[in-house]
Design a protein around this ligand. Structure first.
Ligand code: SF4
Length: 266
């Protein structure tokens, strides 16, 4: 993606293309306004703001923010989403999303309070300028990878990169083993941020009546990094070639670009 700083791409952009190239085109290339903000996206953003506030309090004040403080951050962020220019699509059967968010955040706060103390290294750590290269040809692409790492902690003499997710249910082994986000962050931690070889962990908070925090350490080996580079270079070459096919399937039911997409079918 062209920016003032040059050509950059983020992991979320790569993932969006993988879900549906046409959706990527409508959103990122043609700049079509989404019809709505999907509830999981709005809720996840508000939750992330609260997670960040909890960890920032640990970094800056050496204490875990009281749960009421974190809840206020969540409520403020949610209110901004609901008052934003694009309506949040509220799912009818899922109950009040604010209640769901409060339950999730209370569970997360309890998890942080009862976990062994950790040393916070960074919260919302940005990176950029990561080279992307084709592992088969050695070619370096013009685009550079950029992103923001949720959290870095120091544990047992090494840095651990932690990514937070909110989800309807716990992540499966396949999701944990193959999600590209922490693979990308492992490369970034080593090549740009100076964190060296890091540990990797997902913390998944479930949106359930009784939410749980799934904390799972994962490993990304050299082959995993090669897979990530193949994914990134493949996506970027497809974008460069203007290959934006519709990937009709499960994502269509909640697609904010479905109306614009339907015009292409006539
Ligand atoms: S409606 Fe389906 S095929 Fe069309 S852009 Fe959305 S996800 Fe892609």
């Amino acid at each position: 993606m062209a920016t003032d700083d040059g050509l950059t791409v983020s992991v979320s952009q790569l993932k969006e293309f993988a879900i549906c190239p046409r959706r990527f085109q409508l959103h990122r290339v043609l700049g079509v306004e989404p019809a709505f903000v999907p509830l999981p996206l709005a809720l996840g953003s508000a939750m992330h703001a609260a997670f960040g506030a909890i960890y920032l309090s640990m970094l800056e004040r050496a204490e875990v923010a009281p749960v009421d403080e974190a809840l206020q951050v969540f409520r403020d962020s949610w209110a901004r989403a609901v008052d934003g220019p694009v309506p949040v699509k509220l799912d009818g059967d899922d109950g009040d999303p604010v209640d769901a968010g409060i339950r999730m955040l209370v569970a997360f706060h309890r998890h942080v309070m009862t976990a062994p103390p950790v040393s916070i290294i960074a919260v919302e750590l940005p990176f950029s300028g990561i080279e992307l290269h084709d592992p088969d040809t050695g070619e370096t692409l013009d685009e550079r990878l950029s992103g923001v790492i949720d959290l870095v902690v120091r544990e047992d003499g090494r840095n651990v990169v932690i990514e937070h997710k909110t989800a309807a249910r716990k992540w499966s082994r396949n999701q944990l083993d193959h999600d590209i986000q922490l693979t990308a962050y492992q490369v970034a931690a080593r090549e740009s941020i100076g964190l060296g070889e890091v540990g990797l962990r997902y913390q998944v908070v479930t949106k359930a009546k009784f939410p749980v925090v799934q904390s799972e350490s994962v490993v990304r080996d050299r082959l995993g990094e090669i897979d990530f580079m193949r994914t990134a270079t493949g996506v970027l070459r497809a974008i460069g070639a203007g290959a934006f096919w519709p990937n009709r399937g499960w994502a269509c039911a909640q697609c904010p670009y479905a109306t614009a997409c339907s015009r292409y079918r006539r």
